[in-house]
Every structure is written in C-alpha cells, then in structure tokens.
Write a new protein. Structure first.
Length: 159
C-alpha cells in the first residue's frame, strides 16, 4: 500500500492520541472530516493500524520488577523455534519478545511481582522443555525512555 503525506500525518496523529476526534484529526491533517476518516478506515482495513491501546502506568498501580531476559535455544529447527515462541506468546508476564541474531536467539521483556514470581515463571518455561539452552537475566533499574511512537515521517521520507 502506497502512503502519501496525508496518510503519514494521520498515522503520526493517532499514535500520539488514539482517541482523537474525527474533527481534530481532520484539522491536524488538513483534510475535511469525511475524506480524512475514510483514509483512517482504509489504513485500519489494510492492517496498518492494528489496534488502539491505552498507555497504562503500571508503576502507579503495583510494585513490580521489569526484567529483560535473553534466551538461547539448543537447536534452531522450525519445530523448536515454534515451540519456544508459542510458550512465550502464552506467557502473560512476557510483554515483548524479539527474535534476534548473534550470540542469543531471543530478547524478552517481562514484568513480575517479585523475584519469586520471576523464578516461578522462568522455571516453568524451562520445565516445559521448549528448547531453552541458556537464560541470561537483566533487572531493569531505570526506564530511560518508554516506547511512545514510531518515527513514521522520518522512515517515510527515507524510502
């Protein structure tokens, strides 16, 4: 799907505020309400806009520990990879997972109640026998920058 500058403006605006009104969005984009809203619906139908989320500040709700865990698998067969990825997808404490290349295979961001909760979840993953060879854990001590939005305009201008 080819995007133009109006589409880029729409995507930038809804990343900042998913609850923006149709009128405000059309004003920001520089289109009348109806064509602007139709463009948004087209972006949704194309799967470019997948869903709308609330940015919940978990630290205001609960004491928790965020950990980044590196996983290395024993082997890299399709079945082994699928087994591990399925287990991570089902693990509610795993809030992000990235397959990477290099010395490790996956980097997973987890949120736990405490160290005991961490130990229980990681032990469970190992006991599931999903091909884990090595686990390296890092405790997040400070969040310097949270994900807020993709730099769509910068990426689009480079293409």
């Amino acid at each position: 799907m080819k995007l133009d500058n109006y589409d880029i403006k729409i995507l930038q605006a809804i990343q900042k505020n998913g609850r923006i009104t149709k009128a405000k969005l059309s004003e920001l984009v520089g289109l009348s309400v109806s064509p602007c809203f139709e463009r948004l619906r087209r972006l949704e139908r194309a799967g470019i806009v997948r869903r709308y989320l609330a940015d919940v500040d978990i630290d205001r709700l609960f004491r928790s520990i965020t950990m980044v865990v590196e996983f290395t698998l024993r082997d890299h067969t399709t079945a082994s990879v699928l087994q591990f990825e399925t287990a991570i997808i089902k693990c509610r404490e795993a809030v992000e997972c990235h397959g990477v290349n290099g010395q490790i295979d996956y980097v997973v961001k987890f949120v736990f109640r405490d160290i005991d909760h961490y130990q229980s979840v990681i032990s469970n993953l190992i006991e599931l026998n999903v091909g884990i060879d090595k686990v390296t854990t890092f405790i997040v001590t400070k969040n310097v920058k949270r994900f807020s939005e993709y730099p769509i305009d910068d990426l689009h201008s480079a293409s």
